[in-house]
Design a protein around this ligand. Structure first.
Ligand code: ZN
Ligand code: ZN
Length: 168
């Protein structure tokens, strides 16, 4: 049976065929890096992943390729406020819980939200295609580690003060 990643690579081939573009190695590898994780990586993280297989690829190439994949509906860009853009390879209808502390983006599915009835003043704005909800909050892990949060916000150096213990 074909793996999920293979299925998504086939979609890339279909898109390229349709628009007359080449299925380049870099397009395949960038898509693979995005769809093989659910952490919604940013471009730098994707660059590091792709470099494991294509050590000389540049950030610009990765970024241009991400934009290409997004423009053709193969991935989506997630805007996490005050953060770099994140990329999402999940092509099923889904919504996001976004932690404003650690930047974690978690997918969740909910059919009621998928088919939510839009009020007239929103329908008047134009034809809607999909509805995607973004819930901003504090994830459970951040909730439970309140003690460490301030330290992390200051750069993570406050946890060990390395106090000197004179010997002797
Ligand atoms: Zn968090
Ligand atoms: Zn997602």
């Amino acid at each position: 049976m074909e793996s999920y990643v293979e299925t998504r690579l086939r979609e890339l081939e279909a898109v390229c065929r349709r628009i007359g573009a080449r299925v380049t190695h870099q397009r395949r590898e960038v898509l693979r890096a995005v769809v093989s994780t659910d952490i919604h990586p940013d471009a730098q993280t994707i660059l590091a992943r792709v470099r494991e297989r294509m050590p000389t690829i540049s950030f610009d190439t990765v970024y241009r390729t991400l934009t290409f994949l997004e423009d053709h509906g193969l991935i989506q860009r997630v805007h996490v406020s005050g953060d770099r853009a994140r990329f999402d390879g999940n092509n099923h209808a889904h919504h996001h819980f976004i932690c404003t502390r650690c930047g974690r983006v978690v997918d969740f599915e909910n059919e009621a939200f998928d088919d939510i009835a839009l009020p007239p003043h929103i329908r008047a704005l134009g034809t809607s295609l999909t509805t995607q909800l973004q819930v901003f909050g504090i994830c459970m892990e951040c909730n439970e580690s309140k003690g460490g949060l301030d330290a992390q916000a200051r750069g993570g150096e406050a946890t060990h003060d390395g106090g000197r213990h004179p010997r002797g």
